[in-house]
Write a protein that binds this ligand. Structure first.
Ligand code: SF4
Ligand code: SF4
Length: 124
């Protein structure tokens, strides 16, 4: 048994939860956090820290969030094996960070290459 982050976390990422975890078992995806099931010690400290109540003990998960058990397990193992460490510090929201970190900002039309591509032979 472990604690599980449900998809209610999607888009939050204010990450109050990670500050109270004594074993640093939260990992970060693009849109939400997940808990590594082999690292969580079920201390329950994070549950009340989450403003949207996205975290449940596995045994208390409502039926609509059952798939999040496998999602947390699979993704947490994958992220950890990729070399990404646990998230231990509070961060700003995804909406605030995304343009800076990922380079997704406003489209700069002047930087686009608008040169016409020649049609393949036999097409004209
Ligand atoms: S506080 Fe809740 S919604 Fe926010 S990142 Fe943590 S689990 Fe997700
Ligand atoms: S239940 Fe405890 S150990 Fe598990 S993720 Fe929450 S704070 Fe960390």
């Amino acid at each position: 048994m472990a604690h599980v982050v449900t998809n209610k976390c999607l888009g939050c990422k204010f990450t109050d939860c990670v500050l109270v975890c004594p074993v640093a078992c939260f990992y970060e995806l693009e849109g939400q956090l997940i808990i590594h099931p082999e690292e969580c010690i079920d201390c329950m400290a994070c549950v009340d820290e989450c403003p949207v109540h996205a975290i449940y003990a596995e045994g208390d998960l409502p039926p609509e969030f059952q798939s999040d058990i496998e999602f947390n397990a699979t993704e947490a193992r994958r992220v950890k094996e990729s070399g990404q460490g646990a998230i231990e510090k509070k961060k700003g929201s995804l909406a605030e960070r995304r343009p800076k970190e990922s380079g997704f900002g406003l489209l700069n039309v002047e930087s686009l290459d608008l040169t016409p591509v020649p049609a393949p032979r036999g097409w004209s």
